[in-house]
Design a protein around this ligand. Structure first.
Ligand code: FES
Ligand code: FE2
Length: 400
């Protein structure tokens, strides 16, 4: 058997590292938690994953080929099976292996974790919902700031283009947070921002509708389930468009985080042809634009350490500490790691007292890291100005 011990705790959890359709005959390199891995399909098409480093003289196995279900190194043709057991044509009695991983395919995604890992995949299909799209995008930021962005509904007012709260009425937004040992659930309710006259009839929502954004974070595998619904404040009736997005978080390395979005809706309004020809493409495009503005924001943080103790949190940041605590304990398996923060202050934030944290401590500037490629067909660099990007995206959104 190949080696199965891995030093990174995070690798113990399932991560959707590839879309199934991108894994064909050729091996594919994957970077996860700073580790270089290679994924390939064995004899019967079942995916397998190994460290991307030949045991012989350190060639990248991802440059090799798959022959008879074995991954052959391009340098001297030593080859490996799905468990990482090696075979050397020139030294048939040599015993060697490379570390291998558990792999499974579900929901059109290839999932990977260390052998002997923990947690089950969540349900990927949901009664009453139809799939809109699956998007995979990279953010030029470490995991913690990306997680914080998804535990924050306040930014939907200032940042997002089509959906979110009315920036003029943010004081009316109400937040409740509930926790269990291994989940954090937030429910945010408030008036919706101005809805484009093109989008209003398509989605059946109106300016000033009562918007509820409900999300639950889970930590093995690391993902959050978002549910957005709109209510007519006059009649109290729920609109027919309801949006659900399951977001999976994949740390590529210490500077880059990849996200997989699986978006679904209950929308029935325009029938199947209307859904396939109109609702689905338009919703997918809007989601892609909304993701891109988040990418621009996160590429421009002054400090990516994620140190909550240097931040002056407000009343709508109440869930951040609760999410961080579970991230550290369950996902990173390092309780108390919460970056740079004074433990008692974070406990207070986790208990719902955001003012417990001290005011911002100014830190000396750090050099921006080199350019990061952040996503399929999308390049957002650290230092790209968010305003320019957002203005360009707003023009695109208006033309939708
Ligand atoms: S380096 Fe892989 S076979 Fe020699
Ligand atoms: Fe966002």
């Amino acid at each position: 058997m190949g080696a199965d011990v891995h030093p990174r705790n995070e690798l113990a959890h399932w991560h959707p590292v590839l879309d199934s359709r991108t894994l064909r005959r050729a091996p594919v390199p994957v970077r996860l938690c700073g580790q270089d891995l290679v994924v390939f399909r064995g004899q019967d098409g079942t995916p397998a994953a190994l460290d991307d480093r030949c045991a012989h003289r350190a060639m990248k196995l991802s440059c090799g080929t798959v022959e008879g279900g074995r991954l052959a190194c391009p340098y001297h043709a030593w080859s490996y099976d799905a468990e990482g057991n090696g075979s050397a044509p020139s030294s048939p009695n040599l015993s060697f292996s490379v570390p291998s991983y558990e792999v499974q395919e579900a929901g059109g995604l290839v999932w990977l974790r260390a052998r002997g890992g923990t947690g089950d995949l969540p349900p990927l299909e949901h009664d009453g919902y139809r799939m809109v799209c699956t998007l995979r995008r990279r953010f030029a930021a470490p995991l913690e700031p990306v997680i914080d962005n998804f535990a924050d509904d306040e930014h939907t007012a200032a940042v997002h283009l089509a959906f979110g709260y009315d920036p003029e009425r943010m004081h009316e937004v109400e937040l409740t947070v509930e926790t269990t040992d291994d989940t954090v659930t937030s429910t945010c309710v408030g008036p919706h921002k101005k809805v484009s006259p093109v989008l209003a009839p398509l989605f059946g929502i109106r300016t000033g509708d009562e918007l509820t954004i409900d999300w639950t974070f889970h930590f093995s595998p690391l993902h959050s389930v978002f549910d957005m619904r709109w209510v007519d404040p006059g009649t109290g009736r729920e609109r027919s468009f309801r949006d659900r997005i399951d977001v999976f978080f994949i740390p590529i390395d210490d500077d880059t985080t990849e996200l997989v979005y699986r978006q679904m809706t209950t929308m029935r309004m325009l029938g199947e042809p209307g859904f396939q020809l109109l609702v689905r493409p338009v919703t997918s495009l809007i989601t892609a634009l909304e993701v891109r503005v988040d990418q621009h924001i996160l590429a421009n943080l002054a400090d990516t350490s994620g140190d909550l103790s240097t931040m002056r949190l407000g009343r709508l940041d109440r869930s951040l500490g609760m999410v961080r605590q579970r991230l550290d304990r369950i996902y990173r398996q390092r309780p108390g790691r919460t970056v740079g923060a004074d433990a008692s202050a974070i406990d207070a934030v986790a208990a719902g007292e955001p003012e417990a944290l001290p005011p911002v401590v100014r830190r000396s500037a750090t050099a921006a890291p080199p350019v990061a490629d952040v996503g399929t067909g999308v390049t957002v660099r650290r230092g790209d100005r968010p305003r320019q990007g957002a203005a360009r995206l707003r023009r695109t959104a208006r033309s939708v």
